[in-house]
Write a protein that binds this ligand. Structure first.
Ligand code: NAP
Length: 332
């Protein structure tokens, strides 16, 4: 186990406008990862940091089969090798899984130490990957206490949550407030194809009230919002292909509107989709498997859609009869 160095408190964290997701790094099953992608992934990492995209999201459950933990170990390797002006702004945020065998507050501390060992450096932000409220509500208290302990013991710079809805957040928030511990961020699935956390749940208002930054995960709807997957053309294999076949026919109004704005703006669909998340007050964390994708995604920065364009996209969302399925752990 590596010794975690004592860290500075949450106000030392400067979150960028956009981050980078690393779920695909080490995931063969859904994302077709193979180790020969590692050189490319290091270049993705370097490009992001150079462009100020210094927040990286990973998880201790990421990596399939014997590649479990691979996302964290690759991320640590890349971060430790990186030399450049933004080197000291790199912020590695991992998600600690609410596994059924994690029952005590100390299990969160141990999990964070294991993540730090894979990263070969400190975890900057530790997040609880999901709420157990939907199936084992009695488990959650200890895990949240452990998350707070990580901050209080200065083992991390900040803490966060994932897949919590506003009602649940309001319920657990006093636990942190009463110990004087800020919650830095909350991530939910948010994109033009997943507006549910805001429009149905109202998560934004509650996070604003509590001073919590919102992260948009899967902001490209697993790739659909790039426009490269179309009805009747080659789709990814496995679960993503299955999902896309269900979704694509119903989401044309969104893709058509994205395309029209992208053409007018001389941007790509992905850039417009990510910019929309930023305009809605979220930090999107798109996944990227190649430097070309990362370059395109960082092109979402440095400009803003205007009010009329945002309205057009919002109208297209209401005209579409399909949305992404929500994470089964998302609470209300
Ligand atoms: N908290 C949670 O429960 C949770 C759940 C899911 C994800 N996340 C986090 O959110 C991150 C991002 O979400 P995600 O990876 O699920 O989905 P995403 O960001 O919506 O989509 C990423 C995928 O889209 C394709 N892509 C990305 N940029 C592209 C571009 N410019 N042009 C064309 N294709 C492009 C790539 O796949 P292809 O090249 O294969 O199409 C890429 O892997 C994850 O990596 C993870 O860190 C968190």
């Amino acid at each position: 186990m590596v010794e975690i160095q004592s860290q500075t408190p949450a106000d030392a964290i400067a979150l960028p406008e956009m981050g980078c997701g690393t779920w695909a790094w080490g995931n063969r099953l859904l994302w077709g990862y193979t180790p020969d992608m590692d050189v490319q992934l290091q270049a993705v990492f370097n490009h992001c940091v150079d462009q100020g995209v210094t927040l990286f999201d990973t998880g201790d459950s990421y990596g399939t089969g014997r590649l479990n933990g691979r996302s964290e170990s690759l991320l640590g390797e890349f971060a430790n090798a990186y030399k450049g002006t933004n080197e000291h702004k790199i912020c590695l945020a991992t998600k600690l899984a609410a596994y059924p065998w994690r029952l005590t507050r100390n299990s969160m501390v141990k999990a964070c130490q294991a993540s730090a060992a894979r990263l070969s450096r400190n975890v900057d932000i530790a997040q609880l990957h999901w709420s157990t409220a939907n199936y084992a509500p009695w488990q959650e208290g200890a895990l949240l206490d452990g998350l707070a302990d990580l901050y209080e013991r200065r083992l991390v710079k900040g803490i966060g949550l994932s897949n919590f809805g506003p009602r649940r957040l309001q319920k657990i928030y006093p636990k942190f407030r009463d110990r004087g511990i800020p919650i830095t961020l909350l991530q939910v699935q948010y994109s033009l194809l997943s507006t549910y956390p805001v429009t149905e749940l109202g998560i934004k208002d509650v996070c604003d009230e509590f001073g919590i930054r919102l992260i948009a995960y899967s902001p490209l709807a697993l790739g659909i919002l790039t426009g490269k997957y179309q009805v009747g053309k080659k789709l990814p294999s496995g679960l993503r292909g299955f999902l896309f076949r269900q979704l694509l026919p119903g989401v044309q109004p969104i893709l058509n509107t994205l395309m029209a704005i992208a053409r007018y703006r001389e941007k790509t669909l992905a850039q417009v989709a990510l910019n929309w998340c930023i305009c809605k007050g979220f930090i999107p964390i798109p996944g990227a498997k190649t430097v070309a994708q990362a370059q395109q995604n960082t092109g979402a920065l440095g400009w803003r859609l205007d009010g009329g364009e945002i309205l057009e996209l919002d109208n297209a969302v209401s005209q579409s009869d399909k949305q992404m399925v929500q994470n089964i752990f998302q609470t209300r």
